[in-house]
Ligand binder design. Sequence first.
Ligand SMILES: Cc1cc2nc3c(=O)[nH]c(=O)nc-3n(C[C@H](O)[C@H](O)[C@H](O)COP(=O)(O)OP(=O)(O)OC[C@H]3O[C@@H](n4cnc5c(N)ncnc54)[C@H](O)[C@@H]3O)c2cc1C
Length: 395
Amino acid sequence: MRSAVVVGAGIGGLSVAGALARSGWQVTLLERADRVRPEPTAVVLWPNGVRALRALGLGAGLEAIATPLSDGGVRRPDGQWLVQPRPVPADRMPVVVHREDLHDALIAGLGDRVELRTGVTVRTVRAEPGQRPAVGDGRNLIEADLVVAADGTDSEIRRRLAPEAAVVSSGSAAWRAVIPWYRAPRLPVDRPVGGEVLGAGYRFISASLGERGSSGGSSRGGIYWVATAAGAPRPEPPETQLALLRRWYAGWPSPIGELLEATDPADLVQQEVRELRPLPRAYGFPAGPGGVVLLGDAAHAMPPHLGQGACLAFEDAATLAALLPKSRLPDAVQAYDRLRRPRAATVVRQTRRMSAVLQTRGRLALRARDAALGTFTPRLLNTAATSAAQWRPPA
Ligand SMILES: Cc1cc2nc3c(=O)[nH]c(=O)nc-3n(C[C@H](O)[C@H](O)[C@H](O)COP(=O)(O)OP(=O)(O)OC[C@H]3O[C@@H](n4cnc5c(N)ncnc54)[C@H](O)[C@@H]3O)c2cc1C
C-alpha cells in the first residue's frame, strides 16, 4: 500500500488526506495545533472550488451547507453604483459556506483510514534522490512515498525546498465575522443583505448564510461580512477594533452600519493580509519512490480579493488525486508541478490587479479609478469568473 504524510490539517490538508485515503493510501496527517479547529467565519467558493470538491467526492455534503451568492453589485461609499448587480448564470454562481460546516464535511470525508496526529510541528523535510521522502519534528522522522506540504502561508517545508518564495504583507488587514440569525439585524425587504462597497483602501462585502428561520442552507446560518482596510492589523482588543471599524465605515451604505452594530467583539476574526512574492519556482520535488508537493497556501498564499485561496487548495487536491493513479509517483509529482504552477500564477496575477484597484488612494487617482472601475472591474471580475468557471480537474 502506498503511504503519504500530509502536513497541516487546514482546508487543503484535510481535503487531500481524505482523497488519498479514499483511494487506498495509508495516510498520516500531522497538525501542529492541539485541536483541528476551523475559524468561525465563512468562505466563498467559486465554481472551480465547487467542481474540485465534487471531483474529490465531497459534492453531496456541500449542497446541504452552501448558500448561492447572487451578484449584489459594487457601490461607492456614497452609495453610487460602480458596478450594477447582474443576473449570474447558474454555472458561474459562487456559493458561501460556513467554515465550520465545511470543516465537518472534510472531517467526515477522512473516514477511519487517516491517522491524525495533533500537537506535532514539522521542522524538517527530506527530499533527495535515492531516499524516501520524510518529515521530522525534531524527535521522530516519518517516511512515506509522498509528502504533501499543506502547512499554510508560513510553511516550513516550503521555506526549506523553495526558499526563494518570501511571505510579504499585502499592506492591508482583514476582519471577518458571522452574525448568527438570532442577532442579525432585520433589514427592509427591498434592502439586500449581500453586496460590496469599495472606497479608498477600504472594502466591505456581506452575504447571507442560509435564510433566517429556514432549515435549509447552512446549519450555522447568519450574515457573513468581511472588511478590508489598508494598513497593519490592529494590536488593540476586539472591542476597540470593532469601535474602529464602526468609525471607518460610518456613513457607508446600509446595511454596513447595521451589521457592524450587531457584531459582537467575540465574533471578530482579524488577519493580516499576506502573500507569497515571488511564488515558489516548483510545486513538486521528486524524491526516491515518490516526492514532496506543495499545496494550498503553502504553495500560493495570495490576498483574498478574488476569494480564490481555498478554491485553489481544493483544485490542488483534486489535481493530485487525479494524477496519482495514472503514472509512476515521481512522474505524477512532476505532472502536478506542471499543471498547478501556471494555474496558480494566473489567479495570483488577477488577484494582484484587484489589489491595485483596492489600494488606489488620493483624490485624483480615486477619480480615475472610479472612472476606470465601471469598465475595468467588470472586465477583471468577468475574466476571473470565467477562469473559475472553466477549470476542470485533469481527465
Ligand atoms: C480574510 C480572508 C478571506 C478569505 N476568503 C476566502 C474566500 O472567500 N474563498 C476562498 O477560496 N479563499 C478565501 N481565503 C483564503 C483561504 O482561507 C485560504 O487560502 C485557505 O484557508 C488555505 O488553506 P490551507 O489548508 O492551505 O492553509 P491553512 O488553513 O493555513 O492550514 C495550514 C495548517 O497547517 C498547520 N501547520 C502549519 N505549520 C505546521 C507545521 N510546521 N507542522 C504541522 N502543522 C502545521 C496549521 O496549524 C494549519 O492547521 C480567505 C483568506 C482570508 C485571510
